[in-house]
Design a protein around this ligand. Structure first.
Ligand code: ADP
Ligand code: ADP
Length: 225
């Protein structure tokens, strides 16, 4: 895990429109798992894009492990953050390529460990038997849940200290959502995480904080014990 400090950040997408983020502050300790909830348009995606370094705060700052994001090279930010979105990006190429995408220098042992930790292979019954055969298959035609398992395997392999998830189960049916939550809970152990969600199922995932965002402001912060 790594600490994350968001200190009074504001952001406006369009002049003369309301702030999308209005003086947002919160702190995550190493290993904190924070659920971020708020209705559509509240500012969740804007905050996540800022944490990923795609947009810069017009006021305030974001510190990752005590270092201002603005003073970090983009490659260093990317190395420390694993991002899991609503729909995982599956590239043309084999499943092996897809899982190794963010960690091309990983060893075979590390790959095996990530496959095991994410249970990804157990969820690809339509593919030919045998790990190497399965891994050599292309990634097209995966279901939403299978694709999300590829994203989870990627994140295990990358082993970044901060996980950012943007409604990771939004497109899944309730049964698949429950299965994915089990794997996500394992992934979250020992890592710092910020997870935006609408889902009422999304609890008991080891969360230690709940943040509520409304019209760009954090309106509630609850620390769970
Ligand atoms: P949420 O993720 O909670 O639904 P968003 O961060 O997407 O909220 O939106 C917050 C505000 O910022 C909204 O008013 C939205 O219209 C605006 N916004 C978000 N993204 C953009 C963008 N790329 N360009 C212009 N306005 C945007
Ligand atoms: P991982 O999340 O598995 O650690 P990455 O962080 O590299 O790996 O992200 C996985 C894929 O998602 C990469 O293709 C990355 O470029 C892409 N990605 C990351 N953040 C975003 C984003 N906000 N919007 C679209 N694609 C993104």
């Amino acid at each position: 895990g790594i600490t994350l400090d968001v200190q009074g950040v504001s952001y406006r997408w369009v002049e003369n429109r309301p702030l999308a983020l209005d003086n947002v502050s919160f702190h995550l300790d190493a290993g904190d798992v924070a659920l971020l909830t708020g209705s559509s348009g509240a500012g969740k995606s804007t905050l996540i894009e800022m944490l990923l370094g795609f947009i810069r705060p017009s006021q305030g700052k974001v510190l990752l492990g005590g270092i201002d994001l603005q003073d970090m090279r983009p490659a260093d930010v990317t190395r420390q953050i694993s991002w899991i979105g609503q729909k995982p990006v599956i590239f043309a190429g084999t499943l092996r390529d897809n899982i190794l995408f963010a960690s091309p220098d990983a060893s075979e042992e590390q790959l095996q460990a990530a496959l095991e930790a994410s249970s990804v292979m157990a969820y690809l019954p339509h593919l030919p038997d045998g790990l190497d055969t399965k891994l050599g298959e292309g990634g097209f035609g995966l279901s939403g849940g299978q694709a999300q398992r590829i994203a989870i395997a990627r994140a295990f392999l990358k082993d970044a200290p901060l996980l950012i998830m943007d409604e990771p189960t939004a497109h899944l049916d309730p049964a698949t959502e429950q299965e994915i939550l089990v794997s996500l809970r394992d992934l979250l152990k020992g890592r710092t995480a910020l997870i935006s969600t609408h889902s009422s199922q999304f609890h008991k995932i080891g969360e230690t904080k709940r943040l509520v965002i409304k019209k760009g402001q954090i309106t509630a912060e609850e620390v769970l014990s």
